[in-house]
Write a protein that binds this ligand. Structure first.
Ligand code: AMP
Length: 183
């Protein structure tokens, strides 16, 4: 099974992706986590990504596409849930090509929807605990704007296959809503 989970920063997609990965024995591929790991290793991808990430901007599409092409090819026989990728139309187009070359299709696209004010509050709360370099208020606001400009158009791009999920409420409630749609 190949799933995508999308939603604005703070929507809880990482949390839900982890739960779904465990439930369906999928590999959880969070591009944010992969990139943070590359930064920790000071790899060439990490060095390219760091400045963009710290400012809350997107890492260039070619970096992501190359990284995901090799990761998805390596994992072609396993179920995966993609969390945080694609995040732009060119990434979505590139992802279609990757899956096509592997003779695979996307089985489900989950979009978690949450009101903007709820998101900013959640991210400010998370920032108090996370220690993430991109969890300052200025960067949080930039990340929401980047989402609206570059990632939200994916809703239209995937409109025929999108499972829209209300992301307000407890983690369990949101999981339950997702499960009723994908089972
Ligand atoms: P996340 O952990 O998903 O919130 O991602 C943290 C940061 O990693 C983002 O603000 C971007 O700078 C970068 N990032 C993660 N996924 C992508 C992607 N698909 N395209 C570009 N940048 C990404």
């Amino acid at each position: 099974m190949k799933l995508l989970i999308m939603g604005p920063p703070g929507a809880g997609k990482g949390t839900q992706a982890k739960i779904l990965a465990q439930k369906f024995s999928l590999v959880h591929l969070s591009t944010g986590d992969i990139l943070r790991n590359e930064i920790d290793k000071a790899s060439s991808v990490g060095l390219k990504a760091q400045t963009y990430m710290n400012a809350g901007n997107l890492v260039p599409d070619d970096v992501l596409l190359e990284m995901m092409n090799s990761t998805l090819s390596r994992l072609k026989d396993q179920g995966v849930i993609l969390d945080g990728f694609p995040r732009t139309i060119p990434q979505a187009e590139g992802l279609s090509k990757i899956f096509k070359s592997l003779n695979q299709v996307i089985d489900g696209i989950i979009n978690i929807e949450v009101d903007k004010n709820v998101l900013i509050n959640r991210l400010v709360e998370r920032a108090k605990k996370s220690g993430r370099a991109d969890d300052t208020e200025e960067v949080i606001i930039n990340r929401q704007n980047v989402y609206l400009e570059l990632t939200a158009p994916l809703i239209e791009f995937y409109k025929d296959n999108l499972l829209s999920i209300n992301g307000d409420g407890s983690i369990e409630k949101v999981t339950e809503r997702i499960l009723t749609r994908i089972q």
